[in-house]
Write a protein that binds this ligand. Sequence first.
Ligand code: UD1
Length: 417
Amino acid sequence: MEKLIINDGGRLSGTVRAGGAKNSVLKLMAAALMAGGPCVIHNVPDISDVHSMVEVLSYMGLPVTFDRGTLDIAPADDIRCEVPYHLVQRMRASVEVLGPLIARYRRARVAMPGGCNIGTRQIDMHLKGLNQLGARLGVSHGFVEAEAEGLTGAHIHLDFASMGATENLLMAGVLAEGRTVIENAAKEPEVTDLVDFLTGMGARISGGGTSTLVIDGVDSLSGVEHTVIGDRIEAGTFLLAGAITRGEVEVTGFNPGHLEIVIDKMGEAGCRLDVGEDRISVSVPHGVSGIELSTLPYPGFPTDLQPQMLVLLCTAGGTSFVTENLFENRFMVVDEINRLGADIKTKNHHAIVKGVPSLSGAPVSAPDLRAGAALVLAGLIAEGTTEVYQVQFIDRGYERFEEKLNSLGAHVRRTTV
Ligand code: UD1
């Protein structure tokens, strides 16, 4: 068990590079299950979720090596088509192997994901879509068990633009016979990265980045070499760290087009953002003011940056109204931020944030990954010392988080509890 100890350190300044996108690479690794040749993936972040996914693939029998940002995944003719409970429980994204397993090996046995700290996360749309493609599915003893003689293309309309369901069905569709159309598909850049990866393997997909994906099934897929897109959520976290400390921070290594609404909302709150081709710099010339904000699927404001934005609004002049539309437990972090002296009230999925002049250090506990990052950002401006417990959540998605913050002038260190 480890904790991060943060001492208030004034304004952050300097340049930091975002790593590869967590929410992309995990799906690319699942897609590699369908490759007939080796897959080489570059710009892979060294985070615990990637190590968990390496464990999932290794458990199935795929030879995987991960060295200095590059994953090498060798193909295997026969594998164990199963993901046990302890691996799914550690990382819910492991359910993304369902589509690839059924498509290529025609069978799968994957533990049902349980509850999750940010709220209930069903997989009903994944299962319904796979069924429409011809898989027979059942849930028995806590496992989804699936088999198929072969998948056949289908017209699938998602009730909600779920990222996970879109990706699972996209991967299943590429090896199905005939045409699959996914309507109301998720448009997140990470879905588009998966489309590019699959296309590199020989899949035939059009409509990436739009709400209609059209997939013409092929008989087999080859290996591919691919570089993961930059992590827009990590980039946004560092931009918000700069703004929260009223510093001047430049973030590189990602596509600013993926953060358009975040740039707009930070601008509305008084931040100045200079946008380049693969970089954004932030400064706060005249203070931060309160705004209204609602999370939505891409291109809406990302739920994964909502807790960090909440911290910025804590010390704004005026009141902000924040609505969380994706995950009901995202506001679990509010009690922890209030322990640092913030004034946030929540009702259902709405939060009212009254700006306060300053925060004060205290011990707090990270309820989940993005909330953990937000608490560290709050610690950067809280007077005195803040201790953030449950660091393992932060390590799921941020590579060398404290090291990168310290390179900008922060005072964060890690110790055992
Ligand atoms: C992904 C991201 C996560 C991000 C989220 C929303 C990964 C590994 N995780 O999660 O960081 O916060 O997108 O942008 O990429 N839902 C259903 N039934 C389903 C599927 C989803 O009801 O079959 C609901 C969920 O409960 C949730 C909402 O849809 O309320 C969004 O979920 P989804 O887009 O699927 O998120 P994930 O892919 O799990």
